[in-house]
Design a binder for this molecule. Sequence first.
Ligand code: NAD
Ligand code: ZN
Length: 360
Amino acid sequence: MSYKNFPMVPRVIFGRGSFNQLEEIISPKRLNSNAPFIFLVDDVFKGNAWLTSRIPLSYDDKLHFISADEEPKTSQVDELVEKIILEHKERPSGIIGIGGGTILDLAKAVSIMLTNNGSSAAYQGWDLVKTPAIYHVGIPTISGTGAEVSRTTVLTGPEKKLGINSDYTPFDQVILDPELTKDIPKEQWFYTGMDCYIHCIESLNGSYINAFSQSYGEKAYSLCKEIFVDNQLSKQESQDKLMMASWHGGMSIAYSQVGVAHAMSYGLSYLLGTKHGIGNCIVFDHLNDYYPEGVRLFKEMKERHGITIPQGICAELEDREFDIMIDVALSLEPLWENAIGKNWKTKITRDKLKALYQLM
Ligand code: NAD
Ligand code: ZN
C-alpha cells in the first residue's frame, strides 16, 4: 500500500474584509510590467462597485467577467487561454478567480493550461498535468463546494465530465472573506451549502474513511448542523462558519471520496446541464436507502428553510437518455467503491439507477 502525498493550499488569509488586502498579497508576485494579472470574476458582480472597486488593476492587468450560468467546459477554458495568449505579450503573472465553484474551477484550469500544451480535455483524469501551473489565487464568494481547497478542477468535456486532478491544481493562495457571501439568494445559499453537507455524509459514511478525513468531515458536519439546523447564529457567524465548513468538507474528501449523490448528480449534469449544488440536492433527496440518517436530516433542513427541490426533471426522458446518465454515473468507479465497497458491481445495477433517476 502506498499513500498519497497530498499538496495543500500553502497560503490562506481569513477574515471579514480580508479581500481589501488583495493588492498587498499579489503585488510581490508580479513578474514584470508586461506580465499581467488576469482576473476572472463572476459576472454577478458586474456593476457592483462594493466589490469591483477593490480589484487592483495596473499595467496590462485584465478583468474578465464570466457567467456562472453554466459550469466550466473544456472548450471554454481553451478559448480563454487562447485569448489571454493573444492579448498579452508575456505569460501572465497570475490568475485570480473571484466567484463560486464555477469561477474557481475556471481559474485553476486556465492557470494550468497556460503552461501545458493542447486542449484541457487531454488532462481530464488523474495526474496527467506535466508542467506546474502559473501562480493562481482563489477568492470564493459562495461557500460549500470546497473548490477553494481541492486538488481538482471539474470540467465538462466532449466525452466526459471529469476533473483535472493534479498536484498543480490547488491554489497558491486563497482569500477567505466571508463578507463576500452576503448577497447570495437563499436558494443558491442552500444548494451550495448542501454540497458541503453531502461531502461530509459521503465521506464519513464511505469505505475510504480514515482518521484524516474523519477529523475534517466531522468538523464540517457539525458546522453544517449549527448553520442549517440549530439556527442560533447571527448572519455573520453563519457566513463565517459556512466558509470554514466548506474548507473542512473539501479537506475531508481530499483523502477519501464522495459517493452515490455525486456519481448520479454528474449524470444529471452531463445530460441535462443540472448544476452541481441543486443536482446533488435532487439526487440526495432520494437516497434514504444509502444514507438514511443523512437524508433524514437533509429533509429537516429543507423544511426549516422552506426550500423546494425541483421535481420531475427526468419525467420526459427516453431510455437512450437514461442510459447516458447511467453510463456517466457508473464510470465514476472510485465513488461507488467508496460508497458501497469493493464488491459494488454486484449491488449497483443499471436498473437500480434507472429506477432512482425515474423518481427525480
Ligand atoms: P456557482 O459558482 O455555479 O455559482 C452559483 C450561483 O451563485 C451563480 O449564479 C453565481 O453567479 C451566484 N453567486 C456566486 N457568488 C455570489 C454572491 N456572492 N452573491 C450573489 N450571487 C453569487 O456555484 P457553486 O455551487 O459554488 O459551484 C458549482 C461548481 O463547482 C460546479 O461547476 C462544480 O462542478 C464545481 N465544484 C468543484 C469542486 C472542486 O473540488 N473543484 C467541488 C465541488 C463542486
Ligand atoms: Zn460536491
